[in-house]
Design a binder for this molecule. Structure first.
Ligand SMILES: [Fe+2]
Length: 415
């Protein structure tokens, strides 16, 4: 009896050897309602194809999947054989299941969900960055993402500290925590470049970013939200300013347009004020945000957490550092990146700073057409936090630590 069981097990294993694919990722690079890109590292084997569909079918029955997709593009970068399959014409708010079959075997089954194509929907995002060097800390952050099941991760740059093959492999290893404990459900990521990414290729080669300059936008929820990914590591004016203005104008009818960029316009760590981008962002971008009705901006880079009151640009001695609080017309700037990088102390607090602190954290955002709200999640107790589901994702899970500074733990921005 025992012998026959062992024999059966060996036969099954030889028939369905797991393929050598690793570092699975899913990106929203255009429109999360109907398109997604699946990426992975092909460790060995070749001729990979993705079997996919809306039915949850185990790897062993991969032939029952209704669709097959061939690799759209691949490259060798950072010691990985990065393969991508771009899926288009997907159904909104739909779970897609897939396995990767190659010359050596079949992968585990993974899945992701598209966003609803509905401006009356409500969306959840986790937004943050600077995951650089403290692995245990960033692993907590990634695990927490899996527990909160946001519609997407908005990642605002500085993935690793020194941009080497080894560091990137560790980053992708840690990113797996967003899905390993959650039935292999991969939360799609929207990526932005930081100053620790040595070139724009980090995004184009590892996340299939659709722009060689890392300037692109991603819509979700029909006309609900447009995320504008900017790049503070290239010229701030010229082409980028043109892209920004054209994009803001083209999507002006959207309920929310959220610019996301790495270097902060007004860092809350004093020495960061010396960065050349500080003046340039202020001069080239802020008036465009204000002209086109932006209400919320994501920044990163200083390794602290902060959010401002709604503020507008002002001249002369009227405000502080060129901004003044304006609750009616102002923009809330949130950031500034502490997803594993060494924490700093916010030592440049202005009259319009709502709150700032030194916390390992990311922003957790809910939005619908009337209101955008966010909290700051201290993710360090990720293992104790309850798993949310699609049905409960707008509730606070048991044991979550929400940062509670003096001006309140929840920021609400009305349309
Ligand atoms: Fe940075």
């Amino acid at each position: 009896m025992k012998k026959s069981f062992v024999l059966l097990f060996a036969v099954v294993c030889s028939t369905f050897v797991f393929g050598k694919v690793d570092f699975l990722r899913v990106m929203f690079n255009h429109n999360g309602d109907d398109r997604a890109t699946i990426g992975w590292n092909q460790v060995s084997g070749d001729s990979a194809v993705v079997f996919w569909g809306t039915e949850d079918i185990p790897s062993s029955r991969y032939l029952e999947y209704s669709n097959i997709a061939h690799v759209t593009t691949s490259n060798i970068y950072k010691g990985m054989n990065n393969n991508f399959v771009r899926l288009v014409q997907l159904r909104p708010n739909t779970a897609y299941y897939f396995v990767i079959k190659d010359s050596e075997g079949i992968s585990s089954r993974y899945w992701f969900r598209t966003t609803p194509n509905n401006e009356d929907a409500r969306l959840s995002f986790v937004a943050g960055g600077d995951s650089r060097s403290r692995r245990e800390t960033r692993r907590h952050g990634f695990r927490m993402v899996g527990r909160l099941v946001p519609h997407a991760i908005l990642f605002d740059g500085d993935y690793t500290d020194i941009d080497t093959e080894e560091k990137w492999k560790l980053w992708f290893e840690d990113y797996k925590l967003t899905y390993q404990e959650s039935d292999n459900r991969i939360i799609p990521i929207v990526t932005t470049r930081g100053n620790h990414e040595g070139s724009n290729k980090c995004l184009t080669e590892m996340f299939d970013c659709p722009s060689e300059h890392n300037l692109y936008n991603v819509t979700m929820g029909g006309t609900l939200v447009n995320i504008i990914c900017l790049n503070t590591e290239i010229a701030i004016g010229y082409r980028q300013k043109k892209f920004l203005e054209e994009t803001l104008r083209e999507y002006e009818r959207f309920s929310w347009q959220i610019p996301m960029y790495h270097r902060s316009c007004r860092p809350h760590v004093n020495w960061k004020m010396k960065m050349r981008q500080v003046k340039l962002i202020y001069r080239k971008w802020i008036h465009l945000f204000e002209k086109y009705g932006v209400k919320f901006v994501l920044e990163c880079d200083s390794h602290i957490t902060k959010h401002t009151w709604p503020i507008v640009k002002c001249k002369g001695k009227q405000g502080e550092d060129g901004f003044i609080r304006d609750d009616e017309n102002g923009i809330v700037y949130a950031g500034e990146g502490c997803w594993g990088a060494p924490l700093r102390v916010p030592d440049r607090i202005r009259s319009w700073t709502r709150d700032a602190g030194s916390i390992n954290s990311f922003k957790w955002i809910f939005l619908d057409k009337n209101e955008l709200s966010f909290r700051t999640v201290d993710y360090m107790n990720s293992k104790e936090v309850e798993h949310l589901t699609d049905e409960t994702r707008f509730e606070l899970p048991k044991n979550i630590n929400i940062w509670s500074p003096k001006n309140g733990d929840k920021v609400v921005i009305k349309k």
